[in-house]
Design a protein around this ligand. Structure first.
Ligand SMILES: Nc1nc2c(c(=O)[nH]1)N[C@H]1C(S)=C(S)[C@@H](COP(=O)(O)O)O[C@H]1N2
Ligand SMILES: [Mo]
Length: 182
């Protein structure tokens, strides 16, 4: 084999290995990132933005979900949880206070939950405050009587009434934004 061909072979192998590593990293990354947030930042159309640490969250009314199966969008049950303990997202938002501009303002609002790894999910104001779903949307700090582990974050958002609970099971919750749609 001449030098040119052997270099080409080495280059090809290198690229193949890099691709395999990237694919592998993507599949396992969420469990290994360990990026728990220390605060939940509440911002947007609120009276004043506020950071909640664990003590501030725990100072609000605590609630329990009872049994929740965490079901991925694929249909796979990825966890069976007896209880998440936390505060209702509606209680957290009410505590900060929405900056309402008139009687018809809140109905145009969306609520965005963000995690430290860039994961994002949305709710509508009506869904949270005007349907039964809202009662079971918690910002949780405890699972089955124990603090959440690093792979779940200090704070985890769970929407217990969802058909597939996996998507709106937000590990490493770090922010809640109330956005007024124009
Ligand atoms: N921060 C964050 N939360 C997340 C995800 C994610 O990538 N990042 N994946 C979601 C997915 S796809 C599912 S099914 C559930 C449960 O996934 P887990 O078993 O990896 O916790 O968490 C969800 N929460
Ligand atoms: Mo998932």
């Amino acid at each position: 084999m001449n030098i040119f061909l052997s270099h080409l072979l080495v280059l090809g192998l290198g690229i193949a290995t890099a691709h395999a590593q990237a694919a592998g990293a993507e599949a396992v990354a969420p469990k290994h990132l360990d990026t728990p947030s220390s605060i939940v930042h509440v911002s947007g159309a609120v009276k004043a933005p506020r950071d909640f640490d664990l003590a501030a969250i725990k100072a609000l009314a605590g609630r329990d979900t009872g049994p929740v199966d965490v079901v991925c969008a694929s249909g796979a049950t990825v966890a069976k949880v007896n209880n998440f303990r936390g505060v209702r997202l509606t209680d957290l938002i009410n505590h900060v206070g929405i900056a309402e501009q008139g009687h018809k303002d809140t109905r145009r609002m969306v609520i965005i939950a963000r995690a430290t790894d860039g994961y994002v999910v949305t709710f509508s104001w009506n869904e949270l405050f005007n349907t039964a779903i809202g009662k079971d949307v918690l910002v949780a700090w405890e699972k089955d009587g124990k603090p959440l582990d690093a792979g779940e974050g200090q704070f985890l958002l769970i929407s217990g009434q969802d058909i597939k609970t996996g998507p709106r099971h937000v590990r490493w919750l770090s922010g809640i934004e109330i956005k007024r749609e124009q």
